[in-house]
Design a binder for this molecule. Structure first.
Ligand SMILES: [Zn+2]
Length: 661
């Protein structure tokens, strides 16, 4: 959505609005003549839904069976839920009511939810998803009731439409989309609303939400059915979120092949085909427009077993992780892949990386793990969760970040409560409601402990509860305590992460087992478990560094999976510069921001680079480090813990003449 560096989304939107003013020619897209025979045609080839067509090697524990225990993730969840509770429901539905001709006296929200902004309504969709996820992960009845109330309100708005259309902006936006006349991203917004309703159905069993989602899907099917393939291809040049994924989910839930067919209309083949052929043609593309399309491809593979979509998803994931990601696990600079594969040397900026991209990559990763039970997917999940997601919410007020700047000397910048509502406010509200969704997976008699987060998982099919006690990463390891009414045969697979240092161990009820496993594998412990059995796992961490792809003279330092940030002070940094101004306009990053501070490391050998030898732990302060033998004395803490000060992630390495990289 935001194009080149230096142009803010706000400026871009004003441009679109002015061209749209000329282009607004009201024309209904739902004339009687445009209903296609497509759905009937597809009926003959209707796939069977309800079951995966591919082998599933691991699946998440249901969220309602996993509860977080005290720790940074539970703290962050509570802060997010407080933020969500601070948003009045009537303000969230105001634009929908107005659009449907239903009186509303609520004060409109600002930012991207302003009544004049073309994306209005998108956050309400995210909000429904976040309420549903919050209910599934914490049992929060208040947020469930809020979600239910919004679903009921929106159903009244939908009932005013003759064709299932539900939005906070007029249907004429889609005429502009069809005619190529410029409009922000109407299907992107429709996707959020549809996904929100599907989540309210899936996690809160709200049948009305399913009916509404089906109404939207039927409308989308008729709209797309009225367009030729060429017109549809042009429409898909405008960001359309995860339309294909939501339609496939709806097809799977209902068994309706019409939705499956419509999902196919939302596939951008010129993007998918090169990926299926293992060609990286991603340079220049807008990142968060495209990751959701790959999630849709992954979903199609699950429902059909078509290997084309398998190749799309697995090749894309490999390519992003190996050739287009920072040490944080994030991807995108200025919202795009600006460079050739493997070269991110010019990609450190105020606009690297966009938070939504991390959110969507994690979503894709969950699919790939289910097909493979391959621990490297969870190595990536952990890296991204701890470094690109956890620290992007302000710990005091629950406000979210848009970009996580990776150029040295910037700071974290957050939305305002009522006048921002960026895409990343939306995905952040969802992410911070669902931290319990990936900690534990299972397959038959096997449980997988993927993430080291204090939590408890009920496994009623086995009559087991797994309680994980850890202060990770402050503690270098974790403990699993088994609760069981009767002895139970099961295997517990503990992820031995790719970063583990020498000296890892596991003991059972205080006795060392004398077994361990390689980095990036699962250690499988299969036995008859009794109540009170306890596994203590030591996972030693060490300092190491990771180069910026394409420039080995820029190195991020890490401790285990945790990216360290240099604390560069608060010079010239005011409170005001850390928040989007609460005045109805919206900035995505601090305006006219100047970075200050440097990070340079003098090293003698390549080995010193690999081991980040220019820093050392500060005694008695976990996860705190300081430079050693350098011109400037610098303190480092985890990137996810830096707030209210300038920071830097990538060191400039000054070295004698030895080869690096
Ligand atoms: Zn975003």
């Amino acid at each position: 959505m935001k194009s080149p560096k230096g142009i803010s989304r706000r400026q871009f939107v004003s441009g679109v609005l002015s061209s749209a003013a000329i282009a607004c020619v009201p024309k209904s897209v739902f004339g009687a003549s445009v209903i296609p025979a497509a759905e009937a045609l597809q009926e003959r080839q209707r796939p069977r839904f309800g079951a995966y067509r591919i082998p599933i090697l691991s699946e998440p524990f249901p969220m309602e069976n996993v509860r977080l225990l005290e720790g940074p993730f539970l703290d962050a969840t509570k802060t997010n839920l407080d933020f969500m509770r601070s948003l009045p429901e009537d303000r969230l539905v105001h634009n929908f009511r107005v659009n449907a001709g239903i009186p509303s006296s609520a004060e409109p929200l600002g930012g991207w939810e302003d009544p004049k902004v073309e994306l209005r309504g998108h956050y309400t969709g995210h909000y429904l998803s976040a309420c549903a996820l919050a209910y599934a992960s914490t049992g929060d009845e208040e947020l469930k009731s809020r979600g239910d109330a919004i679903v009921a309100d929106l159903a009244k708005c939908q009932a005013k439409s003759p064709n299932g259309y539900l939005s906070a902006f007029p249907e004429t936006f889609f005429d502009r989309l069809r005619d190529g006349l410029g409009v922000w991203a109407p299907f992107y917004t429709i996707h959020k609303i549809m996904a929100g309703h599907l989540d309210m159905y899936t996690y809160c069993h709200n049948e009305q939400a399913l009916a509404t989602a089906q109404g939207i899907a039927r409308w989308a099917g008729h709209w797309a059915g009225g367009l030729s393939d060429g017109e549809m291809e042009r429409a898909l040049q405008t960001e359309f979120g995860g339309m294909n994924e939501s339609l496939l989910n709806l097809a799977a839930i209902t068994g309706n092949g019409g939705y499956f067919f419509t999902a196919g209309r939302f596939e951008k083949m010129w993007f998918l085909k090169p990926l299926a052929g293992h060609r990286d043609e991603l340079k220049g593309l807008h990142v968060n427009t495209h990751i959701p399309q790959v999630i849709g491809a992954a979903r199609r593979y699950e429902l059909t077993g078509d290997p084309f979509y398998h190749e799309v998803a697995s090749y894309f994931w490999d390519q992003i992780i190996e050739e287009r990601s920072y040490a944080t696990g994030g991807t995108s600079d200025g919202e795009r892949w600006l460079s050739d594969a493997g070269d991110m040397s010019k990609d450190l900026s105020l606009w690297s990386e966009e938070c939504c991209c991390g959110y969507n990559m994690l979503k894709l990763t969950r699919h790939l793990h289910q097909w493979t039970a391959d621990p490297r997917y969870m190595d990536y999940y952990e890296r991204t969760l701890f470094n690109s997601r956890l620290g992007t919410q302000h710990p005091q007020n629950g406000f979210k970040m848009y970009y996580l700047p990776l150029e040295t000397g910037y700071w974290k910048f957050f939305n305002s409560r009522f006048n921002s509502f960026w895409c990343c406010t939306g995905t952040g509200s969802e992410e911070f409601s669902k931290f319990n969704d990936t900690i534990y997976f299972r397959n038959g008699d096997d449980a997988y402990v993927n993430l080291f987060i204090a939590s408890e998982a009920r496994w009623p099919e086995k009559g087991l509860t797994l309680r994980q006690e850890t202060r990770f990463p402050n503690q270098e390891g974790t403990s699993i305590i088994v609760k069981a009414a009767h002895p139970v045969d099961a295997a517990i697979n503990i992820r031995i992460p790719e970063w583990v240092a020498e000296g890892g161990s596991v003991s059972l009820n205080g006795h060392p087992l004398g077994i361990f496993s390689n980095p990036s594998s699962y250690l499988r412990i299969n036995r008859t478990w009794a109540d009170g059995d306890r596994l203590d796992v030591k996972l030693p961490m060490k300092l190491h560094s990771q180069p910026l792809l394409g420039d080995p003279t820029r190195q991020a330092s890490l401790y285990g999976p945790i990216v360290l940030a240099a604390r560069l002070g608060q010079d010239g940094l005011t409170e005001q510069m850390q928040y989007d101004a609460d005045k109805g306009t919206t900035e995505l990053a601090p305006p006219r921001a100047k970075p200050e501070g440097t990070m340079e490391a003098d090293v003698q050998t390549a080995d010193e680079v690999r081991t980040a030898a220019w820093i050392e732990p500060v005694k008695g302060q976990p996860l705190t480090f300081q430079t050693v033998g350098q011109k400037a004395a610098t303190t480092l803490i985890p990137l996810n813990s830096v707030f209210g000060e300038r920071y830097g992630v990538y060191w400039k390495i000054n070295r004698p003449n030895f080869r690096m990289g």
